[in-house]
Design a binder for this molecule. Structure first.
Ligand code: TYM
Length: 343
């Protein structure tokens, strides 16, 4: 094994193509080479109010999405964060290590809290510390995520280093972010300058993993583009990447091309070479067929699993037991280093 992976998704909404291409699909690929722990982070979800029934439903749905995407539960652990108390206990210790100045720099808090910062929950503010506890509580070495989580992972590294210095220990392992590929940042279908997000008011901005073929076709047909034909290889730099100034001119076009590349397991440059000069209408039809061929079977398997909630709950329960078995001894050592007496 090359190391231990920890990663998570919030059960705040059905997963979308950005979650799948930016995170879950990479987990499936890495699971043979790493020891893997995948978490449905329900404690992170409640930093913004969640209807309790919806939260339960979404926790099962995200678990089903992990399984239907190909996470093999005979090898990898899937569990819900609140099913392992270690996360909350370690988060408190790390809250006392992290500095207010560090959290004040977190851009995601600023975006999520918006103008009404005084009214945001305290949990939303310390959210990245709980995320650090998730990772550090398992001594995970690698964290595969989309690009939007990069700053949070840098904070987790800073917290680990400060703890180790303060307490003269090597218990907290600074994690390595694993971010990359053409879909590390999938953008909204309505505005190529905004990331595809669960919280966007328009459902036309994203493709959900549960969308059927007609819905995917409709959303891609309505996806924003421009009147020009698809770009050719002259937009690429010598390393085969789209030049920044070109991308800035046509963000929606390059987003659709990147989605196509990711879904077809090709490099973006290869796709640009193949589609150069084509019209968007035909390209969107090809992209629809491709998206349906990848997401269709996943959606069908999710429906099967959700019709059997007992199967999903059993996976979470078994996963939580394994998660506790790994993290409880680590927490004990951390508490010991801090000077807490054992219970
Ligand atoms: P969340 O639930 O917002 O997103 C889950 C994963 O999907 C990725 N992602 C995207 N990737 C590409 N393009 C997009 N438009 C896009 N939108 C989302 C995210 O980067 C993420 O990998 N804080 C985390 C959850 C978390 C976590 C952790 C992750 C909690 N504890 C520990 C790793 C390790 C979050 O809110 O992800």
């Amino acid at each position: 094994m090359k190391g231990r992976i920890f990663s998570g998704v919030q059960p705040t909404h059905t997963l979308h193509l950005g979650n799948y291409l930016g995170a879950v699909r990479n987990w499936v690929r890495m699971q043979k080479e790493y020891e893997c722990i995948f978490c449905v982070v329900d404690m992170h979800a409640i930093t913004v109010f969640q209807n309790p029934e919806e939260l339960t439903k979404n926790t099962r749905e995200v678990t089903a999405a992990f399984m239907a995407s190909g996470i093999d539960v005979s090898h990898s652990i899937i569990f819900a964060q609140s099913q392992n108390r270690v996360h909350a206990q370690l988060a408190w210790i790390l809250n006392c290590v992290a500095r207010v100045g560090w959290l004040n720099r977190m851009t995601q808090f600023k975006e999520k809290a918006g103008k009404d910062r005084e009214n945001a929950s305290v949990g939303l503010y310390t959210y990245p510390v709980l995320m650090a506890a998730d990772i550090l509580g398992y001594q995970a070495t690698h964290v595969p995520v989309g690009e939007d989580q990069k700053q949070h992972l840098e904070l987790a590294r800073d917290i680990a280093q400060k703890f180790n210095t303060d307490f003269g220990s090597d218990l907290l392992v600074p994690p390595n972010p694993v971010i990359g590929g053409p879909a590390a940042r999938v953008m909204s279908l309505r505005d190529g300058t905004k990331k595809m997000s669960k919280s966007d008011a328009s459902d036309y901005s994203r493709i959900n993993m549960t969308d059927d073929a007609d819905t995917i076709a409709l959303k891609l047909r309505k996806a924003k583009t421009d009147p020009e034909a698809l770009p050719g290889p002259d937009v690429l730099d010598e390393r085969g990447r789209v030049k920044a100034e070109e991308e800035a001119k046509r963000p929606e076009a390059y987003n659709l091309l990147a989605i196509y590349a990711a879904l077809s397991n090709k490099e973006l440059a290869e796709v640009i070479n193949e589609t150069a000069g084509k019209e968007f209408s035909g390209f969107k039809r090809d992209l629809t067929d491709l998206a349906v061929s990848v997401l269709g079977p996943i959606g069908a398997e999710m429906q099967r699993l959700l019709a059997n909630p007992g199967e999903v709950d059993a996976v979470l329960k078994a996963g939580a037991e394994k998660a506790r078995a790994i993290s409880e001894p680590i927490l004990k050592k951390i508490e010991n280093a801090v000077g807490f007496l054992s219970a």
